[in-house]
Design a binder for this molecule. Structure first.
Ligand SMILES: [Zn+2]
Length: 259
């Protein structure tokens, strides 16, 4: 039985630590900072087996060099398409690859989900998904700068792919952006009762300094406007004829939204 623990970093990042009570091993996802991971390993007396990287941004990779120094045989696994920007990778993976961690009896499937960056990947081990900065709770990642229209199509397809996973899939994204995302979602979809209830629940969690994550695919399909672009009422409201057009329209509106 695996356990997934959030290690808060920077202002609103989570480095996810994957372990189990019986295992001496630990895997971390997107360590933007090494010291937080090292403190956790020290406190729990775990050994770092591998690091999973979803994309090249510094707040996801900044801790790699120090962790690699501390754990010389560490497996550092990340997107082949961004390997030139992540020099510490020891294994490059691409869509449909499978990763095996025999020490923890754990497998991950790699999914290419470009849009936030060109080579962004997710790691999926049913019912758990690590999706970096692609799908957030109540929102989605920003698009590649200067390539908005092309990236909007790419991102829409990536989100569709994630939305096709089973409803009970637990969504572990990298940022605690949920409340800000839900404030925007509420302006898009003000009568959505599932959204209103979820917003109240998340407000209580944040008041108690709890993570709002993981979310689930089933929940996101109800509350996240970026996964609700096929909804005809929303398309009519925003005067868009297709789900893709509504997605681009909402993404642009979110970029300008001041919460
Ligand atoms: Zn990013």
């Amino acid at each position: 039985m695996i356990e997934i623990i959030p290690l808060p970093a920077f202002q609103d990042n989570y480095i996810w630590a994957i372990t189990s009570a019986q295992s001496p091993w630990c895997i971390v996802v997107d360590p933007g900072e090494a010291s937080i991971v090292e403190q956790y390993l020290h406190k729990t007396n775990k050994h770092l087996l591998a690091v999973l990287i979803t994309h090249h941004h510094a707040d996801h990779t900044g801790g790699l060099q120090a962790l690699k120094q501390q754990w010389p045989s560490l497996r550092v696994i990340g997107p082949a398409a961004e390997a030139h920007r992540i020099p510490t990778l020891t294994e490059q993976v691409a869509d449909l690859d499978t990763l095996t961690f025999a020490e923890m009896a754990l497998n991950f499937h790699v999914m290419a989900i470009p849009g936030h960056t060109a080579g962004h990947i997710a790691f999926y081990s049913a019912p758990v998904l690590f999706c970096g900065d692609t799908l957030f709770s109540g929102g989605c990642g920003r698009l590649l700068e200067g390539r908005f229209e092309e990236s909007a199509v790419t991102m829409y397809h990536s989100l569709e792919r994630l939305a096709s996973l089973p409803d009970d899939t637990a969504v572990y994204c990298t940022h605690e952006y949920t409340l800000a995302n839900l404030r925007f979602a509420h302006t898009v979809d003000p009568t959505n009762q599932a959204l209103i209830s979820y917003q109240q629940l998340c407000e209580v969690k944040r008041q108690n300094a709890q993570a709002t994550l993981p979310s689930s695919i089933g929940l996101e399909k109800k509350v996240n406007p970026f996964l609700r672009c096929k909804n005809r009422d929303l398309q009519l409201k925003f005067k868009q004829n297709t789900a893709q057009a509504l997605f681009a329209c909402l993404r642009m509106a979110k970029d300008q939204f001041k919460s």
